[in-house]
Design a binder for this molecule. Structure first.
Ligand SMILES: CC(C)(COP(=O)(O)OP(=O)(O)OC[C@H]1O[C@@H](n2cnc3c(N)ncnc32)[C@H](O)[C@@H]1OP(=O)(O)O)[C@@H](O)C(=O)NCCC(=O)NCCS
Length: 188
C-alpha cells in the first residue's frame, strides 16, 4: 500500500564515526549537533559578517535562544550538523540544517563562516545533507535562496536541483531525490 511517509526514520548516525575533511591543511569534523554545541554555534554566528547572516536568515539574525537550539537538535523536527576543527568542538565553522517541512519534504540551509567560505566546504556539506535525506523520509529537498546567492545556487545546481521557474529576490529551489532511499548516512 502506498502510504505517505509518517515521521522521521530513526537516524543511524553515531557520535563515534564522524566524516573528516581536510581543508587547506586543517582537519574538520562534521557530526550531528548536540545541545553542548550551542555556545560554539553562537560564537560562530558572532564571527559571521552581516552579509553572510543576511544570506542565511533573510533578515536580522534571529535570537539563537535555547528554544532554537532545542529545535535544531530535536530529532522530530530535523537534523543539524556542526562542522568544527578536529579536536576543538567549540571551534564551529559551519552549520547544516535539514529540517522537515511536510511529509516527503525537507529544507536544507547551510551556513559556513566567512573565513571558511569559497574553499569547497559548502558543496561537501550539501552532499552530507542529501545523504541524510532518506533518514527524514524526504523525496524532495527544498532551499530558499537569494537570487543573488551565486555560491548556494551553484551548489544546488551541481546537486541536481531544478531550475527555479520563478523569478524574484528569493528563489524557492527544489531538488527531487531520484536515488532509492538508503539508511546510509555519511556521518555513521
Ligand atoms: C553559500 C555557502 C553555504 C557556500 O559554501 P562555501 O563553502 O562558501 O561554497 P563552496 O566553496 O563549496 O563553493 C560553492 C560553489 O560556489 C562556487 N564559488 C566559489 N566561490 C565563488 C564566488 N566568489 N562567486 C561565485 N561562486 C563561487 C564554487 O565554484 C562552487 O561551485 P560548484 O558547487 O558548482 O563547484 C556559504 O558561502 C555561506 O554560508 N554563505 C552565507 C550563508 C548562505 O548563503 N547560506 C545559504 C542559504 S540556505
Amino acid at each position: 500500500m502506498n502510504r505517505p511517509p509518517r515521521g522521521p526514520r530513526p537516524i543511524r548516525i553515531t557520535q563515534q564515526a564522524h566524516p573528516r575533511l581536510r581543508v587547506d591543511g586543517t582537519d574538520l569534523v562534521t557530526r550531528p549537533m548536540t545541545l553542548e554545541d550551542a555556545q560554539g554555534i553562537r560564537d560562530m554566528h558572532e564571527r559571521c559578517s552581516p552579509e553572510t547572516l543576511r544570506l542565511r536568515y533573510f533578515g536580522p539574525l534571529p535570537r539563537l535562544s535555547d528554544a532554537v537550539m532545542r529545535m535544531f537538535t530535536n530529532p522530530e523536527r530535523g537534523i543539524t550538523l556542526v562542522t568544527h576543527l578536529e579536536g576543538e568542538p567549540r571551534q564551529v565553522v559551519a552549520m547544516t540544517n535539514l529540517m522537515d517541512l511536510e511529509p516527503g519534504e525537507a529544507e536544507v540551509a547551510l551556513l559556513v563562516e566567512d573565513g571558511w567560505q569559497g574553499r569547497g566546504l559548502g558543496g561537501v556539506l550539501m552532499r552530507y545533507a542529501l545523504a541524510l535525506a532518506p533518514s527524514r523520509r524526504a523525496q524532495v529537498i527544498t532551499a530558499s535562496v537569494y537570487a543573488s546567492n551565486a555560491r548556494m545556487l551553484s551548489i544546488l545546481k551541481s546537486a541536481g536541483a531544478e531550475q527555479p521557474s520563478m523569478t524574484g529576490l528569493i528563489l524557492d529551489v527544489r531538488l527531487p531525490l531520484t536515488s532509492s532511499p538508503t539508511e546510509t548516512a555519511p556521518c555513521g
